[in-house]
Design a protein around this ligand. Sequence first.
Ligand code: P6P
Length: 337
Amino acid sequence: MPQHISLTQFLIDEQRAGRVSADLGLLLQALAQSVAAIAATVSKGALAGALGEAGTENVQGEAQKKLDVIANDILIQANEWGGYLGAMASEELEFVCQIPSSATRGDYLLLFDPLDGSSNIDVNVTIGTIFSVLRNPQAKDKEPTEADFLQPGRDQIAAGYATYGPSTQLVLTLGDGVHGFTLDRETGGFLHTHPFMTVPTEACEYAINASNVRHWEAPVQRYIAELQQGRDGPRGCDFNMRWIASMVADVHRVLTRGGIFMYPLDEKCRAKGGKLRLMYEANPMAMLIEQAGGAATTGRGRILDIIPERLHQRVPVILGSRIEVERVTSYHLDLES
Ligand code: P6P
C-alpha cells in the first residue's frame, strides 16, 4: 500500500461515499491540473519570462503581474470545456466568464483568485490560488448572471487553495473536513499528505499588517495591544507576529499551527468595505477554517452568513483559532452593546 493515496483515489473514495458527484470530481481534478501548471510556471520565474508587470490593470484597479494573467488563463482554459460549470468568476475579470457556446453548461459555478499575493512574485515569496465552488442555480440553457453567483458562503459546495512555496500544496474541503495534498513534481500528481487538518485551538501567533495600527478600530487596537504586552499583560503569554502579505501563505500557517489572521475594517479601507474580497478570498478561506474547527468573522458577524451584494465585494476578515477569533469579535460587540 503506498504511503499516501493520490487525489484521484481520494476523490473516487469520496464519490463512492456519496460526498462528491462525478462532475464535482472532474472539476477538482481539473483544478489540480491547473494548479500543477501554474506551479510549473511560477517555479521557472524569470526563466519563463513570467516576472514583472503585465502592463494592464484588473477590475480592482490593481496593476496586473504577468503571472496574474497567465494563472487566470490557465484556470479558464482548463475548466471551460468540461461540461460541469455554468460559468466562472475571477478576481481578474470584471464580469462573469461565460462558458463557450461550443461547450455544454453544468451544475457548478467556479470562482477564483488566480494568483493571490502577487506583490510577492518578484521577491520570490510564497503566493497562491484560492477557489470556491457554488451550485449553478440557472437552467443549463441559460447563461448564469452575476446575481446567480451572489450566494452566501455557507452554501459553498467546496473550497480550497494552492500554495506555491517550498512545496506546492493543494488544501481543500468538500464539507467533510479539510484535506491537504502535496504535488509530486516527478509524476505531476497530488498525494494525500495531510488528512483532516485542524486549526489548533490555542496559539501564540498573530498575523496583521501592523503598519495600519493608526487606522484600526478600537477593538482591534485593544486586542493587538494585549497581545503585544505579552506575559506581563492580560494574556499572560508572549505572542509572535508574522505577516507575509500573501493571504494564502498566512492562512496556511494558521491552519497548520494555529493563530489568528486579521485584515480588519480600518479607516484606510472603510470606504471599500474592507481589503479582501468576499466571494473568492474570504468565503473559501472561512469555509476551510470552520471545517478545520476554527472561526471566521468580520469582527461583527460570521463571514459565511454574509449575503453578497456584488461579485467583487470586499469585507473585513478575522479568522483562525476559535478562542482568539471569539475574543476579538467580543471586543467589537462590547463596543457596540
Ligand atoms: P497589504 C495580497 O495583495 C492581498 O490581497 C492578500 O493576499 C494579503 O493578505 C493582503 O492583500 C496584503 O495586504 O495591505 O499588507 O499589502
